[in-house]
Design a protein around this ligand. Structure first.
Ligand code: HSE
Length: 312
């Protein structure tokens, strides 16, 4: 199929999800970015517009913009003798912890791939998008871009060589995300992480990460919830996120199976069983903590979603 112009939806994602730092990721049904790309005769990638949520923070320089870097990586890898112009509509604001840069990177890579005569396979696309994450966040991590491209729940089983696995999440898995009006740069939030981890913490994380994966495979939300545990990364970042523990407690009191810091924050996510618990009530309880403390926030009651897809 030969495209002149495409429009792609690129979803928000949760990452880390307890013990899976830089490894676990989950695509959300909403919110999402929309990327339009058009073939250009001149080589290179050109960002023609950025609009939507807090878009003024985002550079239009394609060598520093997530979508631009990822698209360029794909065109280079595919040996393209043409360029593309990209227009970005942000549905996920930057510095949210919901994979904003990852969505744009995934969308840019996915859109560029649609123009190639021989499209790259998904794993290669993910690696191209992760390269954009490396430039913008200061660390090569693919836990947002993998689910943003593949959809569902993803596990980066290895970075070198790069390998990723995808699991279809349980159908009754509900997700709440609450995003307070606080900006957190992933680059800065990675600087507070410990360089070394004690052996007993490693054991704890391997156990809980394994339990979570088993819960996903068995479709057991209670098992997933019991295993969303992090004694390394979230505690190191807790001081950056106002009212983190109170918001998590509020979610659990309303029946959430687990509540946790989404990616590098400030968004806080909760998971729940859609057949048993009211997600809106969880979202309201989490939001109330912020409102009581004079902090505005946005909430989504959503579910796992698919990866990048062409809509036009
Ligand atoms: N795994 C990354 C981190 C995700 O926690 O730094 C950033 O969204």
């Amino acid at each position: 199929m030969y495209y002149e112009k495409v429009t792609v939806v690129a979803p928000a994602t949760l990452s880390n999800i307890g013990a899976g730092f830089d490894v676990f990721g989950l695509a959300l049904n909403e919110p999402y970015d929309v990327i339009e790309a058009q073939r250009a005769a001149r080589k290179g990638v050109f960002i023609t517009s950025i609009s939507g949520a807090d878009s003024k923070r985002i550079t239009m320089d394609p060598s520093r913009n997530s979508a631009g870097i990822a698209a360029m990586e794909v065109l280079k890898a595919g040996g393209a003798d043409f360029g593309i112009e990209i227009s970005i509509r942000k549905g996920i604001r930057p510095g949210s912890g919901m994979g904003s840069s990852g969505a744009s990177a995934a969308g840019g890579a996915f859109a560029a791939n649609l123009f190639l005569e021989k499209p790259l396979p998904a794993e290669k696309l993910i690696a191209c998008a992760a390269r954009a994450e490396e430039v913008t966040s200061g660390g090569f991590h693919a836990d947002n871009v993998a689910p943003a491209i593949l959809g569902g729940f993803t596990i980066i089983t290895s970075y070198d060589p790069f390998e990723v696995e995808r699991i279809e999440p349980p159908v009754n898995l509900g997700i709440v995300t609450v995003m307070p009006d606080v900006f957190i740069s992933t680059k800065e939030a990675r600087k507070v992480l410990p360089e070394k981890v004690e052996l007993k913490k490693l054991v704890y994380h391997v156990g809980h990460a394994s339990g979570l994966v088993l819960g996903m495979v068995k479709g057991d939300i209670s098992l997933i919830g019991r295993n969303v545990m992090d004694i390394v990364v979230e505690p190191s970042r807790a001081h950056l996120i106002p009212h983190l523990h109170e918001v998590e407690k509020a979610a659990k009191e309303m029946g959430a199976s687990a509540a946790f810091l989404s990616g590098s924050g400030p968004s806080i996510a909760a998971i729940f069983d859609m057949q048993k618990v009211n997600g809106r009530a969880i979202a309201d309880a989490m939001k109330k903590v912020y409102e009581t403390n004079g902090i505005r926030c946005d909430t989504w009651v959503t579910k796992p979603g698919s990866g990048c897809r062409r809509i036009e």
